[in-house]
Design a protein around this ligand. Structure first.
Ligand code: BTN
Length: 253
């Protein structure tokens, strides 16, 4: 907490030695009225959750496994963009503490040299017209060595330690993420998505490139152009039409 400069974010922290998933704890806390910016941090998760019900490897003591309960004044339609806001905040925090230049892979992966460093899982508690809470689940690989990852993800995952050969203080990085997160969430709520969109696009790895888009229904190639006001990835198809992608796996060609 000595590194925190935020007003709300991280001012209340629930630290847990081990739990299945901080997302589950955060949902319960949010339902019980947890304040804006309350953070649940675990040293170890035994059943970490990724997007699309994938598991998230969360080795003890090696990474940042946290869920941030936020209560921004947004409509449920504006909630998905919070993932992009969080991605920008995390990249800024990594830049503050390392010499690495991370990129963002739409919608929510933070990569270094093409390998995954951080994932974000955004979950919503809302009425039809009003957001009650947005729970930002952030998983950051910090001090793992390659052997700390399960074998099947060793060639797609990385950590700050692996990339720079030097460990990073988790408390300091956590505080940096929370400081930036509070700043960028207020920027989004006050000024809308335009400033976030510019920042996000400056870190995105796919803009201007040929990509392959795979959804459950089909798979096709196009050129990535940018993101739209509602957080969709805009691609230009070969016949010149522009399409906004809401959910898909993107692969740069
Ligand atoms: C993804 O890229 O699929 C998202 C990964 C999100 C992982 C974090 S770790 C803290 C929080 N608790 C979880 O169970 N998941 C998120």
């Amino acid at each position: 907490q000595q590194y925190l400069q935020s007003q709300n974010y991280g001012q209340k922290i629930e630290y847990i030695e081990a739990c299945p998933s901080t997302q589950l704890v955060a949902h319960v806390e949010a339902q019980n009225g947890a304040p804006d910016g309350m953070v649940i941090i675990a040293n170890e998760q035994t059943a970490g959750k990724g997007r699309l019900s994938r598991p998230w490897s969360s080795a003890a003591g090696k990474g940042i496994w946290m869920s941030v309960i936020t209560r921004p004044k947004l409509t449920p339609q504006q909630a998905p963009q919070m993932t992009l806001v969080a991605a920008v905040a995390i990249v800024r925090a990594i830049e503050d503490l390392t010499n690495l230049t991370p990129t963002i892979k739409w919608p929510n992966d933070i990569l270094v040299k093409g390998r995954k460093l951080t994932g974000i899982l955004t979950e919503l508690q809302a009425d039809p017209d009003r957001v009650k809470a947005i729970i930002l689940g952030i998983g950051m690989n910090v001090n793992q060595e390659l052997e700390d990852f399960p074998e099947e993800i060793r060639d797609i995952a990385t950590s700050l330690y692996i990339e720079q050969g030097q460990s990073v203080k988790r408390a300091e990085l956590t505080a940096k993420v929370l400081n930036h997160l509070e700043t960028y969430v207020s920027l989004y709520v006050e000024k809308g998505f335009a400033p976030i969109k510019l920042l996000w696009e400056s870190y995105a790895d796919s803009i201007g490139k040929r990509v392959k888009i795979s959804t459950l229904q089909d798979s096709y190639e196009a050129t990535a152009r940018g993101i739209s006001e509602d957080g969709r990835l805009e691609v230009v198809l070969d016949d010149g039409t522009v399409r906004g992608i809401y959910s898909a796996d993107i692969h740069i060609l």
